[in-house]
Write a protein that binds this ligand. Structure first.
Ligand code: NAD
Length: 331
């Protein structure tokens, strides 16, 4: 059931991916996603060094014999990471699937393809999807404005972005941003995608190695509890609304802000320290509008099974009944 071009191309059971999530995409979660039949990604830059990424790849492989990938994000950072060394750790670690995200992925795609690694490029605009396809990406993950993290600067929601991309992209395509349940998966397939990518939803699972306070806050939050920061710096990021995000927004609204004016508030290091203390109000934390659809903390397997069962029920029964009724009415 639910075979798509994505499941065929990447050798997974279900058309569901857990894409890169800074500070969350670690072995325990990624292996649980793989064991549940979906495609999980270790987040490369969550590991402080390429050597530690190599260890995390080994740890994941100890926990699953199913396919999994690594995410490599290419966006502004306070300290530029040694990308070539991270790429080498991925290739030498025997990983066969990579999710790239962000700016100018050409050199990364070239290197991965030369070494027989399939690349899914995550992007937020049809023109970027087409350019990644021309660069040789094997699949696209198209990320709507609802998403956590970086939605780009065009503000196009998935309801438009997904079919607009599906009309033009030839390779398999995942829909990303705003997905949490079987209804979303069916909608994505109907809009022309071959599966969904979920971030925030996978954060709120038992296997995600983040404090329970973060999970409970995302469960309690509704769809309005996000802020867009870095708008004025053209590096927009959607984060969970908290004291720090509100402070950043206020500084940007005052006008003329430079990155240096907010760096102390937004630095990943501060976020990690807050996470270690379980303090959801210190540091910025990526989370999508989809928080409004998250009401529990299941295991990854419970979540994936539930999404698939719900999607099959909608396709086989709810939608099929509508078509039957139409057929009866016409007869
Ligand atoms: P960091 O500590 O280097 O930077 C913190 C934040 O500031 C990041 O969002 C980064 O994009 C932004 N930033 C850094 N320099 C900037 C500049 N000159 N102008 C504008 N914005 C700037 O980053 P980190 O927390 O260690 O994260 C490492 C990488 O992972 C970054 O590229 C970050 O964007 C990315 N990330 C992605 C997500 C997501 O997509 N869900 C979430 C968090 C971080």
């Amino acid at each position: 059931m639910l075979k798509t071009r994505f499941t065929e191309a990447f050798g997974v059971e279900y058309p569901i991916a857990q894409g890169g999530m800074q500070w969350v995409g670690k072995a325990q979660l990624v292996a649980a996603v793989a064991n549940a039949g979906a495609l999980g990604f270790i987040t490369a830059l969550t590991q402080p060094t390429p050597e530690e990424l190599a260890n995390e790849i080994r740890r994941t492989r100890d926990l699953t014999d199913k396919p999994f990938g690594v995410n490599l994000t290419i966006l502004p950072t306070i300290n530029p990471p040694p990308y070539a060394e991270y790429r080498r750790a991925i290739i030498e670690g025997g990983v066969k699937i990579v999710e790239t995200a962000g700016y100018k992925p050409q050199e990364h795609i070239d290197d991965f393809k030369t070494h027989g690694v399939k690349v899914i490029h995550k992007c937020t605009a049809v023109r970027h999807a087409l350019s990644a396809e021309r660069m040789g990406a094997d699949a696209i993950s198209i990320d709507g404005f609802e998403c956590a993290g970086h939605p780009g600067e065009d503000d196009i929601p998935g309801l438009i972005l997904i079919p607009a991309a599906a009309d033009k992209v030839s390779v398999p395509m995942l829909a990303s941003g705003g997905f949490a349940d079987g209804r979303g998966l069916v909608a994505a397939l109907a809009l022309g995608a071959d599966g969904v990518n979920m971030g925030t939803r996978f954060c709120v699972t038992q296997e995600a190695q983040i404090p329970d306070s973060f999970k409970q806050r995302m469960v309690a939050n509704d769809e309005r509890q996000t802020d867009l920061i870095f708008r004025t710096l053209h590096n927009t990021a959607r984060v969970m609304k908290n004291k720090v995000s509100e402070e950043v927004v206020a500084i940007e609204r005052a006008g003329g802000a430079k990155f240096e004016d907010v760096q102390h508030l937004v630095a990943g290091k501060r976020g990690v320290a807050a996470m270690e203390r379980g303090d959801t109000d210190d540091g910025i934390w990526s989370a999508g509008m989809v928080q409004g659809l998250i009401h529990d903390v299941p295991t990854v397997k419970e979540l994936v099974d539930r999404i698939v069962a719900e999607a099959e029920e909608i396709i086989d029964r709810r939608l099929a009944r509508m078509v039957e009724r139409l057929a009866h009415a016409a007869a």
